[in-house]
Design a protein around this ligand. Sequence first.
Ligand code: PHE
Length: 538
Amino acid sequence: METVMAETREQWGSRLGFTLAVAGSAVGLGNLWKFPYITGMNGGGAFVLVYLVCILLVGAPLLICEIALGRATASCAVRAFSRFTRDRRTAISTLCGYLLILTGLLLAVFRMFGYGFLLAGAGFCLIRYSWKTVGVLTGVLVPALILSYYGVIGGWTLLYIWKSFTGQLDFTTQTQAAETLTPILAAPKSMWPAILGTQWLFMAAAGIVVFAGVKKGIERASKYLMPLLFLLLLVLAVRGISLEGAGKGLDFFLKPDFSKLSAESVLVALGHSFFTLSLAMGIAVTYGSYLSKKEDIVRGAFLVIGLDTLMAVVAGIAVFSTVFACGFDPASGPGLIFNVLPAAFNRIPGGLGWLWNGLFFLMVFIAALTSGISLLEPVVGFLREECRLPRRAAAVISSVAIALLGTLSALSVLSWDNFPRVQKTVAAVFGDAHGSFFDLLDSFCSNWMLPLGGFAIAIFVGWVWGAARALREIRRGASPRIDSQLFLLLAGCDQMAEFQREKRDSLFTPALLWAFCIRWISPALVILAFLYGIGLFR
Ligand code: PHE
């Protein structure tokens, strides 16, 4: 049965298609609105160096892990996790389960009932269902929840494309900009058709691509959209650099300033390296499961990392040259994209503000769409394999269900005003319900589920599946250089006959470094980032 499934399993049509699809997932709002800002605030070029180290120690090893896990099992994340243990309990999962229950109880003591309850629940499932729990959480639940509110932001980008090209985005100050954004966030009844219409349109776009399949849908879309995204980014970067006063922006973004680099910067870099590669959402596992055994996983992972970093840097150049040249202060998050930048584009001499805005929001939309697609596919993969639904039905059902859940987020970005009853229920179950539904989901996923999921994946691959067996999978299709002595490799001498003997004896190879990272370094650093994320060091 399994061989039949493996044979009929869809596959990527080309290496490029796979790389662009994973890169499409990686390049998203994090590259456009977060990376430039945190880089500027934490010492520019100095921070980029720290970020690259984090990517090497945490991002790359985990990305390789996830792709290898997917390819080895040729199945969705849920099966990937249950296959190697055959659903039996393992000492590590049981131990982690008890630890989670204990943490949950502790949180309840500190009156964090909601999270305490959830953690204890996850702990119970971990003891009862072993690693399958990790598969269900990271490979189905988390991507579905994240997509539900990611789609809301995707909808805003569509709304802003429309507004740009119809001349409704003609403000030049942040105060005026807020007059456009605030009603969208506050969502009074009069705005519902626009907000929900665009959110559903975004979900439909993602749904249609996934509906069309791996090769004809995701791969084809990525092959068109990613080059277009890069082109738009370049146009905007060139436009930004050629403005008078752009230098100040570039100074802020890239000039190394080691005095701004703190221990906290390292934790910020750590968290971001994790988020920007879309780790712990079942995405790389799912995309890896469509990858041929002939392909080089290590090379693919580093290509993706290179593309992701390149796009983040070009985005930073495009954003901050424009923002500073037009006399604004840097900002992060939705405020930067939806308030500051449109006002800045409108101040560019020449009166083409509508065009720059239109192109810019088209770019943000594409970045969000390819990420949205990658969030939907793991859910569809799960429905196909575990519920035996055909792809098309799975795509329709999951898009509609996620869009419905997203509706709650769309109408409650600023407050619970639109849903007093839901707020009451949430408050009753969790003990508190401040902020909004949107905030609640975002902080639950970004601060809790992602790092914990990443930790679980590293532990699973390093200790349960086993680094040795994982390496066997990674070696398939990989260059023999991953077994070369690292120093010889860096010196470019690994092929020289004189060094062949050392090479064989060496313990210091990229492959072993990976195995060491995945067992010790990555889980430790992920937990550190998690503790920072939930506010323990602040
Ligand atoms: N990796 C994306 C980014 O850097 C974020 C993302 C989150 C993508 C969730 C997919 C899913 O913006």
